[in-house]
Design a protein. Structure first.
Length: 277
């Protein structure tokens, strides 16, 4: 099958960045970071922390790479790295097994990736002094689909979920945790790799994005109707709020791509800040 990989920025100033990480991270975290794996039960992750810590407890964005991606790819994604630095948050890049995520109920036996992502977040909180209440789970393509399954299973354990270009696969989930999580989903109307209506592949079938959105909200106890469309830059969004948590579906006219600004927008909204910073 053919999947579009994330557009990667060029890696610049690696030596200076590594030195900054060593100076800014707690002593217990010196052994791992942006250029070396932090090992947890079931796998590993990499993490980039701001060169200067403005707060004693950092927030974080957990970014799940696309199919055949890696934490190394994530750390070379210059615009994503710059976005995390501008927000003053850590960027966490978990490692999929052989470049993929094991979507629950879709691909059969394999690593429990919901539990793995939970373990990554828990480990990063301890090693790097992160604020567990300020962690947003994002991802692109297959990584976005994995973020949907984490949202369904974990609910409000994480501050918000910001998947881009990927949702549930068939067979669809039958239960999700309540109350409804905060979800900011972005998808391209011209996406041919993960079409809005889904598509059948040789190994499984991608789900319909509209159905996924309605299903997650309904199963997690959210029955408020979506509001009218609101245009924000390239995005046209419809949203609702359930028990203080937003769920929004934001569409753009483009194809299978990710822009870090969309993830930054979700982070700001989850933190109670203006969407445009």
């Amino acid at each position: 099958m053919t999947w579009m990989r994330e557009r990667l920025g060029r890696w610049a100033g690696g030596a200076a960045l590594a030195a900054g990480l060593l100076l800014s991270a707690p002593a217990a975290a010196v052994a791992c970071g942006a250029e070396s794996d932090c090992v947890v039960a079931g796998g590993a992750y990499r993490i980039l922390t701001p060169p200067e810590r403005a707060e004693p407890a950092l927030g974080a964005i957990v970014y799940l790479h696309g199919y055949q991606g890696s934490p190394e790819d994530t750390m070379r994604f210059g615009a994503l790295r710059d976005m995390a630095r501008e927000l003053g948050v850590a960027l966490i890049a978990p490692r999929g097994v052989e470049g993929r995520w094991n979507l629950p109920g879709v691909f059969g036996a394999g690593r429990d990736d919901v539990a793995f992502i939970r373990a990554v977040a828990d480990d990063a909180v301890v090693r790097f002094g992160l604020d567990p209440a300020r962690i947003v789970v994002s991802g692109f393509s297959l990584g976005a689909s994995m973020a949907w399954y984490v949202a369904c299973a974990e609910g409000r354990r994480f501050a918000a979920y910001a998947p881009v270009a990927g949702s549930f696969w068939e067979p669809y989930v039958k239960t999700c945790r309540t109350p409804a999580p905060e979800l900011h989903h972005v998808h391209g109307l011209a996406d041919a790799t993960v079409p809005m209506e889904g598509r059948a592949l040789s190994v499984a079938t991608q789900g319909d994005t509209y159905r996924s959105f309605a299903l997650l909200r309904g199963l997690s106890g959210c029955h408020e109707p979506l509001g009218p469309a609101v245009v924000e830059g390239r995005l046209t969004c419809r949203r609702a709020s359930c028990a203080g948590a937003r769920q929004e579906l934001c569409l753009h006219a483009g194809g299978h791509s990710v822009e870090p600004a969309w993830i930054a927008r979700a982070w700001r909204l989850s933190a109670g800040l203006p969407a445009d910073g």
